[in-house]
Design a protein around this ligand. Structure first.
Ligand code: ADP
Ligand code: ZN
Length: 529
């Protein structure tokens, strides 16, 4: 633990009020600020909008010397510096967008001790020239922003970040604070290792959004379900509907418009003018619904988005959290609604199988999808599950669909065995490929054209599954895909056994399934905000 210091806490309070004009710290900010002021290293995992900047800006102002901030977001540096200058903080940046004169000016300010904060692009720290410059000044702390860029897993990997492990060797007495919004615990661990932050204190905070009601419903007729949601609970509200494909954003926007709900499509295939116009209409007008791909939302700060709906399954919990997090920034009750079905699992498993990239990359995508599926299939509180995913603890919220209307779990081992046997028998017909529909038709004993064409009514499994309805069977297939007890192969979404299937067929493994509540939760969110 860092040494106790009694006087710095009041300094921090003072800076918070006097410089930034805020009355109090938010969440874990105070603890983090005090830890860094006292000279401790910190690894901060905080949701977007949680208030990461103050966590290093205040210590930089309280500690003697210049706070050096490493950030990959070169385009934002000017804005950040302008915002700080506006409140009287002396800040500058060094990056490739400057000409030599501008750079020399900032360097001389740094050397003269006339800066509080210096923003640097990571590649700057690879040059001996910059390192020697830093040697000649006094540094109060290093802040490493967007620290997940050091992780080779995500999409944001920056090789330059690897070199940041040397900060500790070169300046052993200067505290370092690494910050990120997107890391899970595994990435968190990797950041600590790669940045040489073994002794750092970890802070996880800001992921709880109590005013958002999380709901995940079985997908039947998604457009109709969406319309029902908007009419009954969100009439006249602004919101975002996310779809996977550009075509479906346009179709859905059209569908909503036809039904009297003002809606516009937004995706990367539209020209820049149209996108800008849509965006500014969304910010300005009341009650507009944007139907978008994930291209929409970055940097959009509209406080009164009352709902975020997903018509397709997001690829990861991170994505889901980020997208749903655009609801209810004003703290008022808001809805995060997702319709999810068998086809989502099939489609995403197929996309992963056919994606470019090596096995490790595909395993990574699979792990992300599995975590998302676990959230969908959970019988526990959705919010607790989300918080746990990001490494934060929580109590059942009493506000999400599973809290309001707890689903039962049931022993689905026998249906699972019936399904696996069917898949196994179909699989042995080498020339032909069959998907979920054919398996279910066989289990239900349906005499379809495709059943008689392939004499599937002759199979011993024909008609052995009439204890469940077609919808229930789809639920069984979906959950077995989610649990890795079944997989899809090839272009026709052929169902196939996995390594885990054998244990179920032999009766060595029980299969627990979730029973959808009779009446899906549609309670009004209690005013928790
Ligand atoms: P992050 O980097 O985590 O996304 P920011 O540091 O940009 O978040 O902060 C998000 C917003 O919250 C900013 O508008 C900031 O001014 C505000 N904010 C941060 N801390 C506080 C606080 N203690 N009190 C009030 N507002 C705060
Ligand atoms: Zn809950």
């Amino acid at each position: 633990a860092p040494p106790e210091s009694t006087h710095t806490a009041t300094d921090a309070d003072d800076v918070l009020r006097r410089v930034f004009g805020y009355d109090s710290f938010r969440g874990a900010q105070q603890e983090i600020v005090e830890h860094v002021i006292a000279g401790g290293d910190a690894l901060v995992l905080m949701a977007t909008g949680g208030g990461k900047s103050l966590c290093y800006q205040i210590p930089a102002l309280v500690r003697p010397g210049v706070g050096v901030v490493v950030s990959p977001l070169i385009a934002l540096m000017q804005d950040q510096v302008d915002a700080l200058t506006a409140v009287g903080v002396r800040a500058g940046f060094l990056n490739s967008t400057q000409d030599p004169d501008q750079r020399r000016f900032v360097e001389s300010m740094f050397l003269a001790g006339e800066l509080d904060l210096l923003y640097l692009a990571p590649e700057r720290l690879r040059s001996e020239q910059t390192l020697r410059l830093l040697d000649r000044g006094k540094i109060s702390l290093f802040a490493i922003d967007e620290a997940h860029c050091v992780s080779s897993w995500g999409h944001d990997f920056r090789p330059d970040y690897l070199a940041l492990s040397m900060l500790h060797e070169r300046w052993p007495d200067v505290p370092r604070i690494a910050l990120t919004a997107t890391a899970t615990q595994a990435t968190h661990q990797e950041i600590a290792e790669r940045l040489n932050l073994g002794g750092a204190k970890h802070f996880v905070a800001g992921f709880d959004r109590p005013n958002i009601q999380y709901r995940i419903v079985p997908k039947a007729e998604p457009n109709k379900q969406l319309l029902e949601l908007l009419r009954t609970e969100h009439a006249g509200d602004a919101g975002i509907v996310y779809c996977l494909s550009r075509a479906s954003t346009e179709k859905t926007a059209q569908f909503l418009s036809n039904n009297g709900i003002p809606a516009l499509a937004y995706h990367a295939g539209l020209d820049a003018d149209t996108r800008a116009r849509t965006q500014s209409r969304f910010l300005r007008e009341d009650g507009l619904v944007i139907v978008a791909t994930i291209a929409f939302g970055m940097g959009i700060d509209k406080p009164d988005v009352r709902f975020v709906a997903h018509l397709d399954l997001p690829k990861s919990v991170e994505g889901y959290y980020q997208e749903t997090g655009r609801a209810g920034r004003d703290g008022l009750p808001s809805t995060a609604w997702l319709a999810y079905g068998l086809q989502d699992v099939v489609q995403q498993r197929k996309m992963i199988a056919s994606s470019d990239g090596d096995d490790a990359y595909r395993r990574q995508l699979t792990a992300h999808l599995d975590a998302m599926l676990a959230l969908c299939e959970t019988v526990e509180c959705r919010r607790v599950q989300l918080l746990n995913y990001f490494g934060e603890a929580g109590e059942p919220c009493g506000n999400c669909d599973t809290c309001l209307n707890p689903p039962q779990s049931w022993d689905g081992t026998v249906p699972a065995q019936k399904l696996l046997s069917t898949v196994y028998r179909l699989k042995s017909e080498r020339r032909q490929r069959f998907g979920a529909v054919q398996s279910i038709d066989i289990l239900l004993g349906k005499q379809t054209q495709k059943v008689s064409q392939f004499s599937h009514d002759q199979l011993s499994v024909f008609g052995i599954g009439t204890e469940l309805t077609e919808g229930e069977w789809r639920g069984v297939v979906r959950q077995m895909l989610a649990q890795g007890l079944l997989m899809v192969e090839g272009d026709y979404s052929t169902l196939a056994l996995t390594q885990e299937s054998g244990a179920v067929l032999r009766g060595d493994r029980k299969v627990l399934l979730r029973r959808e509540p009779e009446k899906p939760a549609r309670a009004k969110a209690p005013r928790t905000a």
